[in-house]
Write a protein that binds this ligand. Structure first.
Ligand SMILES: *Cc1c(COP(=O)(O)O)cnc(C)c1O
Length: 426
């Protein structure tokens, strides 16, 4: 039965049989038993599918990954221990030493650092491009050894909205997949595959969990990118893997399974950034109400953005739901039923004023977190982005005065009252 998205949030990924648990069971087991060594050998050779060690696969994790896969409209998905691990695997699965990747410059600070510093040390070069650049300007960033294009649906915390169709066109013109981090929009508000993206990643730590309970990540493959058409670019998917007796992922698992199977069989095996089954269970509890919560997050953020925009102590407000916002039209196109609960703004008086204002907030807690049921806020220039110099901050769309407010699902009247009393004190 083809379910609507809201029903998939509640019931997707797991269908119990007669007399089986209604809720996804937590399979808290590192290992799985087999009758013969031959049975187990087939699993190690990827000739049969089944569980043998939780570092590679676990039934709880697979059920939750299957739900997210269905929500995004993909063909295969895997959970990871964090959003950082998801983005690292998503790129490293197809790019190695000597390769090059093009990424939007307004991405999350942690991802920027992963790409620009840590993966650079592994021999992968990144070129960061303004997501609003013309197709010609984006084209110019590509090289013969470019393996992927990367962007965020709604960037954290810059809140730029990605023109997914434009990015997909450019990526495909250069024979590489478009990877989209869809953390802020969630599949409830945007499904990047419908606009041409090939791979989607998530920090499930954010709205998907939604209760600040567990750090996690997810990678979903659309199954649409034809690796075999560019076999020389993607030898890891199209030529034999010596660590599995010469399996060729695209031949054995098809376009729908090759990418995720390779990421599981090689990267999970070797790096081991698994999500614990317990955390996957908590994540699923969050997913069951994702569609209901996203509506309220967006409603609250819209009300807060409108309130702040009319306040004389506020220098500027960035929220793509505000008519007149630079990204309003793009947001209407890609996210007609709402974007996210995060609003960025500047308090008049710059960095000092921002810090002073935040000190007076009572409901909105200062946290290195977003997308929680509870409202929270952060001054990125002194926290998540403090590694960046002023020039890098500007390129990332994060000014020194920027306050990132993540509207929770409380009553919006209380959120506005809290902002009002804090603004009155500065
Ligand atoms: C938080 C975040 C990440 C990193 O996720 P973790 O779960 O904290 O590792 C990646 N991308 C985006 C857009 C994020 O907001």
């Amino acid at each position: 039965m083809d379910l609507h998205l809201d029903s998939v949030c509640v019931q997707g990924g797991y269908t119990p049989g007669n007399g089986e648990p209604r809720q996804i069971p937590i399979i808290q087991s590192t290992t799985f038993k087999y009758a013969t060594s031959e049975d187990m050998g087939k699993l190690f050779d990827l000739e049969a599918s089944g569980y043998f060690y939780t570092r590679l696969q676990n039934p709880t994790n697979d059920a939750v990954a299957a739900k997210i896969c269905a929500l995004e409209g993909g063909t295969a998905a895997m959970l990871t221990s964090s959003g950082q691990a998801a983005n690292f695997y998503a790129v490293f699965n197809i790019a190695g030493c000597g390769d090059h990747v093009v990424a939007s410059s307004t991405i999350y600070g942690g991802t920027y650092n992963l790409f620009a510093v840590t993966m650079k040390r592994m021999g992968i070069e990144f070129t960061f491009v303004n997501p609003d650049a013309s197709e010609e300007e984006l084209d110019a960033a590509f090289r013969p050894n470019t393996k992927a294009l990367f962007g965020e649906t709604i960037a954290n915390p810059a809140l730029t909205v990605l023109d997914i169709e434009k990015f997909a066109r450019v990526a495909h013109r250069h024979g590489v997949p478009l990877i989209v981090d869809n953390t802020f929009a969630t599949p409830v508000n945007c499904r990047p595959f419908e606009w041409g993206a090939d791979i989607v990643t998530h920090s499930t730590t954010k709205y998907m969990d939604g209760h600040g309970a567990g750090v996690g990540g997810c990678i979903v493959d659309s199954g649409k990118f034809d690796w075999t058409k560019y076999a020389d670019k993607f030898p890891g998917l199209c030529t034999p893997d010596d660590s599995y007796h010469g399996v060729v992922y695209t031949e054995r698992f098809g376009l729908e399974g090759a990418y995720i199977t390779k990421a599981t069989a090689q990267l999970m095996r070797d790096f081991g950034s698994i999500q614990s089954p317990q955390n996957a269970f908590l994540l699923n509890l969050g997913l069951e109400s994702l569609h209901v919560r996203m509506q309220r997050h967006c409603e609250n953020a819209q009300a807060v953005a409108e309130y702040l925009q009319g306040h004389d102590k506020i220098a500027w407000v960035e929220y793509c739901g505000l008519p007149g916002n630079k990204y309003y039209e793009l947001a209407q196109k890609y996210m007609p039923s709402g974007s996210c609960g995060v609003v960025s703004f500047g308090v008049k008086g710059g960095r000092k004023a921002a810090e002073n204002f935040m000190k007076h907030l009572k409901m909105a807690a200062i946290e290195t977190h977003v997308a929680d049921a509870r409202t929270c806020c952060l001054h990125p220039a002194s926290a998540t982005h403090r590694q960046m110099n002023d020039e890098e901050l500007r390129a990332a769309g994060v000014g020194p005065d920027l306050v990132r407010l993540s509207c929770g699902i409380e009553d919006k009247r209380d959120l506005i009252a809290d902002l009002e009393q804090a603004l009155a004190q500065i």
